[in-house]
Design a protein around this ligand. Structure first.
Ligand code: GNR
Ligand code: NI
Length: 167
């Protein structure tokens, strides 16, 4: 297992569209292990492969308070969305920025396990929001894209300045 480095906005690699996983092999299992380790270490409640510069459709999530409910979704796709909910979001790739985003309140998705077995999964509340946030990453989308242009410009300038100062 290994910690992977998390890319920060506005890194252009966060804008790449990830490719479907086709090989369910040891390398995939080790990627998933590294993603859990990196997510728990951050700490965060979700992580998409795009955030660690791996352009594959893999996300991991754990919104439980005891951090004992790891979930992994490979090649996830939305089957059904219901309701609307506004929640304050943050992102490990947009550190220090928190703002409100409207998303579906309930989702049903299809995905595959790391051994290639397909399954369906339903979620509501924070878990549903987190899954939608992670699936956006796989399409090169960040939560800040939903904010006003003024806020987006401020956020980008703030992060660029912080990264300059950090060298
Ligand atoms: O840790 C995270 N918290 C969070 C809070 C509200 C909505 C979404 C998230 S996901 C985020 C981790 C992350 O950046 N995943 O991509
Ligand atoms: Ni994120």
């Amino acid at each position: 297992m290994a910690l992977r480095q998390i890319l920060h906005h506005p890194d252009p690699r966060l804008r790449q569209k990830a490719l479907a996983v086709t090989r369910f092999d040891a390398a995939l299992a080790s990627l998933v292990d590294d993603m859990f380790e990196t997510m728990y270490d951050a700490p965060g409640i979700g992580l998409a492969a795009t955030q660690i510069d791996v352009q594959q459709r893999v996300i991991v999530v754990d919104t439980s308070s005891d951090k004992q409910s790891p979930l992994c979704f490979i090649n996830p796709s939305i089957l059904e969305l219901r309701g609307v909910e506004e929640m304050e979001e943050g992102c490990l790739s947009v550190p220090g920025i928190f703002d409100y985003v409207e998303r579906a309140q309930w989702v049903r998705i299809a995905a595959v396990e790391r051994d290639g077995t397909p399954f369906e999964f339903e979620a509501d509340g924070l878990l549903a929001v987190c899954i939608q946030h992670e699936m956006d990453h796989l399409d090169g989308k960040l939560f800040v894209d939903y904010l006003s242009q003024l806020k987006q410009t401020r956020i980008r300038k703030k992060l660029e300045k912080e990264q300059r100062l950090a060298g």
